[in-house]
Design a protein around this ligand. Structure first.
Ligand code: MLT
Length: 325
């Protein structure tokens, strides 16, 4: 911003305060950065761009995604927590970064329940158990037997320690006493590329990331870790139908640094709410095997409740199941 623009901005702000307008009445008056703490093309990135595009139209300013990968998403979310609380830097975190991370990073530089102003939940999505195309198992039962017999020779891909794919994979592998080599990526976008190429053996990933490849036959899906099958994948059984009680639901959520003005949080939360009610987004979510939060789960309070509940649930489990970093 040039010196002139800064001065002008200062004058507008003081004039607004003088006449009693809230200082952020004109918010947003420039583009908003949305930090996505994983590589482009992965599930968190897809959700951020989908709702962000709609929010841009409502807010009248571009929401510009910046992918900041590393450390299971905690690098990017640390950036969000430390940003100026002016509404011009927000982030799309997820169940990994916003609830499990404290269990895996003792020196984590943020507290998911205290370091952010929650904006709202963006989506829920079940996990899918997927493997490379030529895996020699026709169903989950055979896949588990194959994994047990060969896991020390197999590789499991994830988006970094503390990511959803790492947390869900850790719970899946420890449940069945599997010890594959873990291969970390900056997101499950690149991990999926290697699964399609046969460089890694399996992933437990957000269904929204893997539905196109499953439909295209470039990877194998053994089960959806949810109570119901996905409309988009009618032939893929639930884990229960396939003989397993493994269940795992993931979510992505929008947050900003602590201390943003209430009118800014309200504008962002209401723009997200509007996006989630848009028929085109509802349709796209269905294609991706995702669901929007119900009305009473939305907004800052809905996300704060979810973060607190999930932290209380997953942190003790992850501390027991996975070594801290
Ligand atoms: C994860 O937590 O596994 C991430 O959502 C993966 C990604 O978005 O790339």
């Amino acid at each position: 911003m040039t010196k002139f623009q800064l001065t002008l901005r200062g004058m507008v702000l003081s004039a607004a305060l003088f006449v009693g307008l809230p200082a952020f009445a004109q918010y947003p008056d420039k583009p908003i950065t949305v930090i996505v703490p994983f590589a482009a093309g992965g599930p968190t990135d897809v959700v951020a761009r989908l709702v962000g595009e709609h929010m841009s139209r409502t807010l009248g300013q571009q929401l510009v995604v910046e992918n900041v990968g590393g450390a299971g998403g905690s690098t990017g979310m640390t950036r969000v927590a430390g940003a100026a609380p002016d509404g011009y830097t927000i982030g799309m975190g997820n169940m990994g970064t916003q609830s499990a991370a404290p269990a895996l990073y003792p020196n984590l530089k943020y507290d998911p329940a205290k370091s952010f102003d929650q904006i709202g939940i963006a989506n829920f999505t079940p996990q899918a158990i997927v493997a490379k195309k030529d895996t020699p198992a026709k169903d989950l039962k055979e896949f588990l037997a194959y994994l047990k017999a060969n896991s020390s020779k197999l590789t499991y891909g994830h988006a970094g320690v503390g990511s959803i794919s790492h947390v869900s994979g850790t719970l899946f592998n420890s449940k069945y006493e599997l010890k594959p080599a873990l291969v970390a990526y900056r997101g499950t976008g690149p991990a999926l590329t290697d699964l399609v190429g046969g460089q890694i053996d399996y992933i437990v990933d957000q269904s929204l990331n893997v539905i196109p490849q499953i439909k295209g036959g470039t990877i194998k899906a053994y089960a959806i870790a949810a109570p119901e099958r996905l409309k988009e994948l009618p032939d893929v059984p639930t884990t229960k139908e396939a003989g397993s009680d493994f269940l795992f639901s993931a979510w992505n959520a929008m947050v900003g640094p602590k201390g943003m003005p209430k009118e800014v949080v309200d504008k962002l939360a209401s723009a997200l709410d509007k996006a989630l009610d848009d028929p085109a987004i509802i349709r796209r979510y269905e294609e991706l095997g995702s669901t929007a939060p119900k009305k009473d789960e939305r907004g800052p309070a809905g996300l704060q409740n979810l973060v607190e509940r999930e932290m209380a649930y997953i942190i003790p489990i992850m501390k027991a199941a996975a070594p801290a970093n």
